[in-house]
Write a protein that binds this ligand. Structure first.
Ligand code: GRF
Length: 312
């Protein structure tokens, strides 16, 4: 198996979710490993657990420090440890915008409610108080708003007659321990799933003015409404096992230049290659999506009616 994806876990206390991730990572086929556990409380019980498991730890009290200043220290520790994704597990600190931005789409959190219900604290008491039949937990992408990012996975937990916030929390915690490692494993391997890559390309392509989608020879293809194609998603075309997006270039010169400059990414696709299209591979991992967006936009411009292109 390829190298495991390196995870940094941030905790503030008990760290039972962190422990669940650590144990899950011990399965040989788990795609991630926990390389650093960091805490804003040097007395967090989870730190001793991580140390005993042979995982590097870092702790520093945030007291008396500005939020961004403290987050920069944590950020530096994560980078030093080679962390690729961050998992928040009971990290009781609001994060600075700088920190959230620098880990955008690479940081997830577990929250003890069925989001979007009950963001913030006292989730179980609020669910019981509201007479809900289910409490539960959610794992979501971290965005600047508290507990607000896209939900990646959830587990409902039935509320029993006579449940108190504590008894419900204890059962939700069992569900949390099941959910977190599964969702994290899916999240860090998403770029190897063609369906996920297609969703990503689709969102970018359909974000362009007047763009629509239709199947062309069995392939999702994007064109200007009533007009020409500017992108094709290609997966395992005639068994080539490549996942890519095909875009237009200005002609054979630009096509050759791109392939020459970056042969790991660009290639001349069969059929459309001779008319100046280029394939951009999406299956190499670590796709530069800003670059894909640029190429899609350039391709769109080449086929857009002048009036439309002028306004974009
Ligand atoms: C969990 O309930 C988690 O959902 C919430 O904080 C609690 C942390 O517990 N964000 P632990 O430290 O993982 O045991």
């Amino acid at each position: 198996m390829a190298d495991k994806v390196k995870i940094g876990v941030l905790i503030s206390g008990r760290g039972s979710n962190m422990a669940a991730l650590v144990y899950a990572a011990k399965y040989p086929d788990c795609p991630f490993e926990v390389v650093l556990v960091a805490s804003n409380d040097p007395d967090a019980a989870g730190l001793a657990f991580a140390e005993a498991e042979g995982i590097a730890t870092f702790s520093r009290s945030h007291k008396g420090m500005k939020r961004a200043e403290f987050d920069a220290i944590i950020d530096a520790e994560l980078r030093k440890a080679g962390v690729e994704y961050v998992a928040l597990a009971g990290y009781m600190r609001l994060l600075s915008a700088e920190f959230v931005t620098s880990w955008a789409d690479r940081m997830i959190n577990i929250h003890p409610s069925l989001l979007p219900k009950y963001k913030g604290l006292d989730t179980h008491a609020r669910a019981i108080e509201a007479g809900d039949r289910f409490g539960g937990c959610s794992v979501h992408v971290v965005t600047p708003e508290l507990d607000d990012g896209p939900v990646l996975g959830q587990l409902p937990v039935a509320i029993l007659p006579g449940d108190t916030p504590d008894t419900l929390a204890a059962r939700v915690l069992i569900a949390e321990h099941q959910l977190y490692s599964r969702v994290l494993a899916d999240f860090v391997t998403r770029e190897s799933r063609p369906e996920w890559l297609l969703e990503k390309v689709r969102a970018l392509a359909l974000g362009l003015p007047e763009a629509t989608e239709k199947l062309s020879h069995g392939t999702p293809a994007f064109h200007i409404a009533g007009g020409k194609f500017f992108a094709y998603f290609s997966h395992d075309h005639h068994g080539d096992s490549i996942t890519s997006v095909l875009v237009k270039t200005t002609g054979p010169e630009e096509q050759a230049m791109l392939i020459d400059a970056d042969p790991d990414i660009y290639y001349k696709p069969p059929y459309l290659g001779p008319s100046g299209w280029v394939g951009m591979r999406l299956d190499g991992g670590d796709v530069d999506w800003a670059h894909v967006e640029e190429r899609l936009t350039a391709s769109w411009r080449m086929v857009a009616p002048k009036k439309l292109a002028a306004f974009f």
